[in-house]
Design a protein around this ligand. Sequence first.
Ligand SMILES: [Zn+2]
Length: 372
Amino acid sequence: MNTNTRYTYPCLFCGDNTRHRTEEHIIQHGFKNSRCVLDTDVCCHCNTDIFSALDKKLIDFVHTYVYPNHPHISRNRTLLQAGHIIQFDQETRIWRSLQIDRNMKPVLFPQLVFVDKNRIDFYCNSNQNYQKLLNNMKQELVHVDKLSLKELVCQQPDQSLPTIQSAVIRTAPMKYVLRASTNQEVQLLKSQIHNGQLMRQFSQESEPRRKTTQKSELLANLVLERNLINRAIAKSAVNAVCSFLGSQRARNSVLDPIKSFILSDTQDEGERFIQHIWNINRNENTISQKENFTVPGYHTLILASRDRIPTVILSLYERPFALIRLTEDTNFMGEEEIYAGLIDYRSGSHQVLNYQNDPVSFYERFYVNNIQ
Ligand SMILES: [Zn+2]
């Protein structure tokens, strides 16, 4: 390392002009992004000391919570195979299933948890109509032929905790997940639904107990560390600006606020910059405009103005993931400037399309030949 090196431009993020430069991946290397890099724009301190932790958090979040069932993601499927999280509540010592909505808020599925032989708890969000939901479940579970029953065998994450209790979880109307710690237990739940025994337990016993969810929301928020995740997303957007518009424009002071956010180790979640647009319960019938900017087999980064606000649309695994508002300055980018970075997440190869220079290729890629 030569500390006397002078670079043409200061570090894109911290402004340092002497530290060694290392390759900065435009989107995180963990998303299979091997050759899509900034070579000399980012100093080793930012790249390694600050960004490594952010990148890891974002990759874990995306692979574990956002696209857990994506066919090309095989890592990190621990407790989350069915697109939901199973969380242990310290106070009640009950495992409860929840999902993270697109605002990154934890939402408890309505669920029956088999605490022991004599006790079934019913859980739902505290703002939901407990009685109505429970009645819905009772009515639906009788119509065995029409039910969708998914099986979920959970591995015990920590032997010091109680075994994950069996549960019947309602993920959508008529759609259920049967959760248990062994396949045998899952099959038992299934047969109890099929032969009506589950419903008979209801009529014999008093109503299951109700619990509220305040505790679990707090726990999930702590686990997610939204500040780190959003800083990692913002960093990819600034990297894209540098890659598409060049090193000089990426040093424009209008980007200073978002760079400060990226470097800031605070509780700031950066909601003025980052909007999550992924949806875990994707309804294939509602294709939004944003999905025009996705390409099968690719991650995409689109840089364009929306109402003159320079914005990056980040899609991961061909699905919209986040919108990043880079600055409030409306003069930074022209309306006609549109760039797209496409990263093949299987091979790691990439290409950049510039709408102004080559509108035909741009249109072909996104509107005509939306193919792999
Ligand atoms: Zn730096």
